[in-house]
Design a protein around this ligand. Structure first.
Ligand code: PLP
Length: 409
């Protein structure tokens, strides 16, 4: 799934010149991957997809048979995902939820609200003072998001630490204890405390992420105990953040080890539900950003291939500071000019986009001896945090095309 699949290459081969750049998603590949992830997670472990990684409706729908629900991070995502996969369970997380978003979550009957602060808990309590959509005393189920301390060094290697240190996410343990006490004491009769949530880091490999999950479960059990909740029926969402290695695109997060470990962890507490909510590691591998080389030039000893498009379409390498993995394919069309194609003379090129900024670099050190103008460059691992995190408006270039290949489902 790293080099473009045959289905993706076939489609690219059929394109007219004005059809690049393009995002191409292989939904059959996504289904195969999601099924393997699902199969690696034993029964008490639920799988939610963090929609912010890539909220394209065909991807949300393709994931539906394999996930228990979707995690949404704004009122916009809430409305979008509810429309794309109607009737599915939604968990609503994110800091800074507005009163209007909390009201929308209640009206939509979201499955879980992940509460991020005591103020937010009070606002939600106020919103739910009136009867909910089901009339009567329908309740809103909450998890308290906790920024738990973790053992020194256990987030080492993470590309993005969201907790275990000062952060705008979640409640400090003391505030979480106070919130849990308020809920358990019946301060908000239409709110029901279901458990705890923590998303502490992104980009960890299975053994380390399992260590984080153990700390989270231990912390959640302490909080539950203080609030007088048993473990039966308790839910602990241990977050997402499963590593995607852009430097080793063939490697995959070890779902088997992680799932088995979570299974052993849950088995210690009968009636406990564990939930994971990956984004990147589910969808990164099913998307490609394909474009063509417009020009090749030499500058102060380094060779550059300038492609149609750039980081305004695929911001991932700029934001994460990596080289986006890519493959180069010979020009599918004859050269229309009387002069020769600009071509690389050395063995390595830097692939840059069309933006007037030195930050518009998609990949350095690409081994592509003889690369020529007109060649196709296909970037992989572009299925998550790619188009939807990019600054599309900058320089007013046309948007790429979007194509969803649907093999046998
Ligand atoms: C972004 C996010 C996720 C998904 O993270 P990935 O690194 O894409 O797996 C899960 N939970 C929360 C709360 C998030 O903010």
């Amino acid at each position: 799934m790293t080099a473009p699949t045959p289905a993706v290459l076939d489609l690219l081969g059929s394109f007219a010149p004005d059809q690049l750049p393009a995002y191409v998603y292989d939904l059959a590949a996504l289904r195969t991957h999601a099924a393997a992830v699902r199969a690696a997670l034993p029964a008490p472990v639920e799988l939610y997809y963090a929609a912010k990684a890539n909220p394209e409706p065909p991807l949300l729908a393709a994931l539906a048979p394999y996930v228990d629900g979707y995690e949404v991070s704004s009122g916009g995502e809430l409305a979008h995902v509810a429309a794309a996969v109607p009737g599915r369970r939604l968990a609503f997380g994110a800091p800074g939820k507005t009163p209007a978003e909390l009201a929308a979550a209640r009206a939509a009957g979201v499955h879980r609200v992940h509460v991020e602060s005591l103020h937010e808990l009070r606002m939600l309590g106020e919103r739910t003072a009136a009867p909910g959509p089901g009339g009567g005393d329908s309740r809103t189920d909450v998890l308290l998001r906790v920024n738990l301390p973790v053992a020194d060094g256990s987030l080492t290697g993470s590309s993005l630490a969201m907790g275990g240190r000062p952060a705008p996410f979640g409640l400090d343990p003391a505030d979480a204890a106070e919130g849990a006490g308020l809920l358990a004491g019946g301060a908000y009769p239409r709110l029901r405390l279901r458990g705890f949530h923590a998303h502490l880091a992104s980009g960890l490999e299975a053994p380390r992420l399992l260590g984080v999950a153990r700390s989270v479960v231990a912390g959640a059990l302490r909080l539950a105990d203080r609030a007088g909740l048993g473990t039966r029926g308790l839910e602990v969402n241990v977050g997402g953040g499963m590593a995607v290695d852009y430097a080793a695109p063939e490697a995959r997060f070890d779902w088997h080890t992680y799932g088995a470990g979570l299974g052993r962890l849950a088995a210690g507490y009968p009636g406990l539900t564990l939930r994971v909510e990956p984004g990147r590691a589910l969808t990164a591998y099913c998307g490609w950003y394909a474009t063509e080389v417009l020009d090749v030039k030499r500058s102060h000893g380094e060779e550059f291939a300038v492609v149609r498009g750039g980081t305004h379409h695929l911001r991932t390498p700029a934001t994460k500071g990596h080289d986006q993995p890519c493959t180069v394919h010979p020009a599918p069309r004859p050269w229309p000019h009387p002069w020769p194609r600009p071509a690389a003379r050395g063995s390595e090129v830097t692939v840059a986009g069309q933006l007037c900024t030195p930050k518009d670099v998609l990949a350095r050190g690409v081994r592509a001896a003889g690369l020529r103008a007109g060649d196709l460059v296909v970037f992989s691992l572009a299925g998550a945090y790619a188009w939807n995190i990019s600054h599309h408006g900058f320089l007013m270039h046309p948007h790429p095309g979007f194509h969803f290949l649907d093999g046998p489902g």
